[in-house]
Design a protein around this ligand. Structure first.
Ligand SMILES: Cc1cc2nc3c(=O)[nH]c(=O)nc-3n(C[C@H](O)[C@H](O)[C@H](O)COP(=O)(O)OP(=O)(O)OC[C@H]3O[C@@H](n4cnc5c(N)ncnc54)[C@H](O)[C@@H]3O)c2cc1C
Length: 384
């Protein structure tokens, strides 16, 4: 691990250790705290997905491992903050892996994005649209040119449409979205300037519904109406499908890492609680514990397989990463279910960490690509 990465790793683990001590209070939260994101920024986390040549810690695909491992660790301390936080490298990944090459406009935009991230800008995404099934190419949003000063190099547009699941709303300075620009046949990617923007409809954003998720409860994944919301278009004229596919393996593996971190934590805590009375467990409880452990192990193997494919740039990376994500989602749900059966009815209480974790891990299957789209993708990539 390079020095810079090791330093960030140490600092983030220190932050996570303090958060673990506050588990009960954190699990009951339904909102985000700016201080948490300031602490992660100060630890250097925002620069992990910025290339070394631009002043960050990203050395290419092999940096995927320390990045994913850090989010895995963080998720054990606070799943909601980890999920919001992981959106940052996930969407910056569009420019890390993007196919823009040496084109002047692309390079200028990339460098501005990287510089902003190093200066403390938190990135996220509010791309999902009701009825799209998580498929970004099905956007009904529209974009029209605006004459305004760009906040990033690129063309300025006003984006209009209804979006939901904007994790990190109110915390993120920049949020990626999709829309079809006037005169275009295909959708494009845009970056919204969400820094301090009000949600009352006076400046392009109107809060439609506050996030009330049963799990990942504090992620502020609100639904918003965009009306000429100021945005800069991605400096790439090709299909956004190419951009999404290029970054897809890293994105899916980052999401898997977050939920795996929750499972690691749940299994670790349960092991500690059960160790003293292991010899008193009934046969059924012994089987359920053993199967929980086995499913956890399988989830780790799937994640490791995906990570290896991402690190080595394997041609099957997308297929592997989506498989690890969906199988990991099924296994994570199974582990939490079995743990609660062994540990007893008290785990059904909202005061029990397991009841919260049970709902938190269910998020993985719905994250992009969600179940239906993920299985489409797995089937298609199965034949190359
Ligand atoms: C905790 C959490 C955090 C998230 N954070 C983010 C985020 O930060 N940013 C973000 O952009 N998204 C985020 N998402 C959303 C996620 O990426 C998916 O887009 C979302 O879960 C898709 O929801 P859905 O499948 O219910 O789709 P919906 O579009 O609501 O579709 C409902 C149902 O209709 C079906 N359907 C819809 N359209 C069609 C169609 N044209 N043809 C056939 N069937 C169709 C779908 O398969 C689905 O079963 C988050 C989700 C969760 C659970």
């Amino acid at each position: 691990m390079a020095d810079g990465v090791a330093q960030v790793d140490r600092a983030v683990r220190e932050v996570a250790a303090a958060w673990r001590e506050q588990r009960a209070e954190r699990q009951a939260r339904r909102h985000l705290e700016r201080d948490d994101f300031d602490a992660l920024r100060d630890a250097g986390l925002l620069g992990m997905a910025v290339p070394v040549a631009s002043g960050g810690a990203w050395e290419g695909p092999r940096s995927a491992r320390p990045l994913c491992e850090l989010y895995r660790h963080l998720a054990g301390a606070d799943p909601s903050v980890a999920l919001v936080s992981v959106m940052h490298p996930a969407v910056i990944g569009f420019w890390l892996f993007g196919p823009g090459g040496d084109a002047e406009a692309w390079v200028a935009q990339r460098e501005a994005i990287f510089a902003g991230a190093l200066a403390g800008e938190q990135w996220g995404t509010i791309t999902s649209e009701p009825g799209s099934g998580g498929d970004v190419t099905k956007t009904k949003s529209v974009a029209r040119p605006l004459s305004a000063e760009p906040f990033l190099p690129g063309g300025v547009f006003g984006v209009s449409g209804d979006k939901h699941f904007g994790s990190g709303s109110g915390i993120c300075h920049r949020m990626v979205t999709t829309a079809v620009a006037e005169g275009d046949a295909e959708p494009a990617m845009f970056v919204l300037d969400t820094d301090g923007r009000p949600w009352d409809g006076t400046a392009g954003l109107e809060l439609l519904a506050e996030w009330d998720g049963a799990g990942m409860a504090a992620t502020q994944s609100h639904a918003m109406r965009l009306a000429d919301a100021p945005a800069v278009r991605m400096a790439w004229d090709g299909s956004i499908q190419d951009v999404v596919l290029a970054a897809g393996p890293l994105i899916s593996t980052l999401f898997t890492a977050v939920v795996l971190g929750v499972v690691d934590e749940a299994v670790g805590l349960a092991r500690g609680q059960l160790a003293a009375k292991a010899d008193q467990l009934r046969a059924y409880e012994q089987v359920e514990w053993t199967r929980a452990e086995a499913d956890h192990w399988l989830a780790v193997q799937a994640y490791e397989g995906a990570l290896r494919s991402v690190e080595t740039g394997a041609p099957t990376a997308l297929h592997d990463a989506v498989r690890a994500k969906q199988l990991g989602a099924e296994l994570a749900e199974s582990v939490l279910l079995r743990l609660t059966r062994v540990l007893g009815g008290g785990t059904y209480s909202q005061r029990s960490p397991y009841s919260r974790w049970f709902e938190d891990v269910r998020a993985l299957g719905f994250l992009r690509p969600p179940w239906g789209l993920a299985y489409d993708s797995m089937f298609l990539t199965s034949f190359g």
